[in-house]
Design a protein around this ligand. Structure first.
Ligand SMILES: [Zn+2]
Ligand SMILES: [Zn+2]
Length: 335
């Protein structure tokens, strides 16, 4: 191990080589290949790249990683976070999708479906999206902690499908039931992933787009994220909704975001009148304004959905600085 850590990176080539699979997370690929080559975790690879234990792999690491493990460099870069010039504050690209906010992606504490890992043999890209908390194939909640020792699951682990405490997740995990809204978001993400055909179609007898899901149906991945976070933010300002203390851990926080977004989304879908708790829902308005003004908006649907939500929010919220600050936006028309 020590000799590898001090070797010239360009001269390293591991004996077990494989291509990255379609829909496989880049970080998951490095873990799979490290273990396949007899390393105890990805930590050796991180030190070869001059990274600390807590740093994530990103697209800048793709040339070396591809050379060491035998992947196509572009396919590997596609499955790793591409950080925009100017740093994460300006967003990133993941799985071919521009993402406008750094928090749309989770880097250090992965979530997994143990049943998918058993069947597919890889960690999915989809799970790295912050709002992906369920597996549509197995109709179960993903796990972010070992059910046996409760420690958070890490990319630095010693097996793809097991904890360092010895717990094999697929055998020992009592799979949690996802809510329909968690499945809806997971499905919306799956449809935008490269392994969508392999992971199977939506299998609910109820059409997933029959409720507030229609708002998400034709959006880009970034659009889905923005609208869900915007709806959850709006829900936090809604007078009629119960006040929930915000969770801190990524997975329950994402579940809470989906729950709040769904509650408010149903109101939007029915165009119900709302009463916001504040005169300055700035986070929400900024998310949507930024979206409308963004030159990287992927589709006209993203644009018109954000416009409609802004219009609806501005016409429903009380007279305030909001209107003067965004007077021109208040003139937007519904599509
Ligand atoms: Zn699964
Ligand atoms: Zn454990």
């Amino acid at each position: 191990m020590r000799e590898i850590a001090y070797a010239d990176p360009a001269s390293v080539r591991f004996p077990y080589q494989d291509e990255i699979m379609e829909g496989e997370s880049g970080q998951g690929y490095v873990l799979r290949m490290s273990l396949g080559n007899g390393l105890r975790s990805v930590v050796t690879i991180k030190s070869l790249l001059g990274k600390t234990h807590s740093m994530a792999f990103d697209a800048n690491d793709a040339p070396y990683l591809a050379h060491w493990f035998g992947a196509n460099e572009h396919l590997l870069a596609f499955a790793l976070e591409e950080i925009e010039q100017g740093g994460r504050a300006s967003g990133c690209r993941y799985a071919g999708h521009p993402l406008g906010r750094s928090y749309f992606l989770v880097r250090s504490f992965p979530k997994i479906c143990p049943d998918c890992i058993e069947e597919l043999g890889y960690c999915r890209l989809a799970w790295d999206l912050a709002l992906c908390v369920a597996c549509v194939r197995h109709r179960r909640v993903l796990i972010d902690a070992c059910p046996w020792c409760t420690r958070p699951i890490s990319w630095n682990r010693a097996a793809l499908n097991a904890c360092s405490c010895g717990c094999f997740w697929a055998e020992n995990d009592a799979a949690g039931q996802p809510s329909n809204d968690e499945l809806l978001i997971a499905h919306a993400i799956d449809l935008r992933m490269p392994d969508r055909s392999r992971v199977g179609a939506w299998c609910s007898p109820v059409s997933p787009w029959s409720s507030w899901g229609v708002l998400l149906q034709h959006l880009s991945l970034d659009g889905v994220m923005r609208i869900v976070f915007a709806l959850a933010t709006a829900a936090a300002y809604d007078f009629t909704a119960p006040v929930e203390p915000r969770s801190r851990r990524a997975m329950p926080k994402a579940q809470q975001t989906i729950r709040m977004a769904a509650g408010f989304g149903h109101k939007v879908a029915r165009l119900e009148p709302i009463s916001l708790r504040t005169h300055r829902p700035s986070v929400l308005i900024d998310l949507l304004c930024d979206f409308v003004a963004s030159p990287s908006v992927e589709s006209s649907t993203d644009f018109s959905t954000a416009q409609s939500m802004l219009h609806w929010l501005l016409s429903n919220s009380p007279k305030s600085t909001l209107h003067s600050r965004h007077a021109s936006l208040a003139q937007l028309t519904l599509f």
